[in-house]
Design a protein around this ligand. Structure first.
Ligand code: GDP
Length: 296
């Protein structure tokens, strides 16, 4: 529930305001409702889909008065959020390899730190790999998180081959019987061809060592960028197979409705949400809880 205050305010209040303004359901109400959903960053496509559902609900007499609209929308949005909501894939034996990708600044390194903390609290051993070798600052930052969480960090010098870092990390994690290996990568979207080549190479190197790995490829997105997050996700799905999303910075934004759009438009599971800068500010995404927090 924490972290969603602003989104809850925009989404719920916008819907309620529309509903209160009308005694009966008519076209004006439906137009206003559509606008409210779009303004709450649910996304145009998803808003139109929801409105189709509303119209169908009216036809089937599931919706008879404006008051029926809110519970109907909550139910439908909860269903949308629940679609294809799978768990993190864990290795049968050997390290579970989690590859973390995303554009610089979205909160990738912070998310890796928080994930490390989460798994350590579950009693698992964790290792980080600094495969964003393009920025010395990225390597330093991961190192700082490693110290904070108490996790070893595999790194090479700035400018070295990311795939070589990954190779070393997989070897080390296997030798030391590490449970969770979490890999940081570079996120230079301005060079899409390079990004694609590099991510493919990293995935190949991992697969060569552990056949069913990476077990997860998580794309980190910044919720405050709203619809831009959806565009980024579309771009990245072309670069690498992605198994789930992490949506960060939900605490500071009213654009949390973007979760609904991401799920409905990309049918990709949101696995984690970031709700602050602190070490414990990461939550597994649970659709029913998220929906309940949105409309509380
Ligand atoms: P990277 O470049 O993708 O590795 O991004 P960083 O992990 O360095 O994060 C960029 C900034 O976003 C930092 O100031 C983080 O503290 C901040 N940040 C990351 N996740 C969250 C979050 O869930 N909530 C808030 N409020 N800030 C976050």
């Amino acid at each position: 529930k924490e972290g969603l205050t602003k989104t809850r305010k925009t989404l719920t209040e916008k819907i309620e305001k529309v509903i209160i303004g009308y005694a009966d359901i008519d076209d004006d109400l439906l137009d206003d409702l559509e606008d409210a959903l779009i303004q709450a960053d649910v996304g145009v496509k998803t808003s139109l889909k929801l409105m189709d559902d509303v119209r169908a609900g009216i036809k089937k007499k599931e919706i008879n008065t404006p008051e029926d609209l809110k519970p109907f929308l909550i139910k439908r949005i909860t269903e949308m959020l629940n679609e294809g909501n799978d768990e993190t894939r864990i290795a049968q034996s050997g390290p579970t390899v989690i590859l973390v990708i995303g554009v610089n600044g979205v909160g990738k390194t912070t998310t890796i730190g928080k994930l490390g903390q989460y798994y350590k609290e579950q009693g698992k051993s964790v290792m980080f790999a600094a495969a964003d070798t393009f920025r010395a600052a990225a390597i330093d930052q991961l190192e700082i998180w490693g110290q904070r969480v108490g996790v070893p960090v595999i790194k090479h010098e700035e400018g070295s081959d990311p795939a070589a870092v990954v190779f070393d990390a997989v070897k080390a994690a296997t030798a030391r019987k590490i449970d969770m290996l979490i890999i940081d990568t570079a996120g230079r979207l301005h060079n899409k061809a390079n990004l694609m080549t590099e991510l493919n190479k990293i995935q190949r190197v991992i697969k060569r060592e552990i056949a069913d790995a990476p077990h997860e490829t998580l794309l980190v997105l910044d919720a405050t960028t709203g619809q831009n997050a959806i565009n980024q996700a579309e771009l990245f799905t072309k670069a690498a197979p992605i198994s789930g999303l992490v949506l960060t910075k939900l605490d500071g934004t009213a654009k949390g409705g973007v979760v609904i759009g991401l799920k409905a438009e990309l049918s990709m599971p949101v696995k984690w949400i970031g709700v602050g800068e602190g070490i414990d500010d990461l939550r597994p995404f649970i659709a029913n809880d998220f929906a309940a927090a949105l409309f509380d």
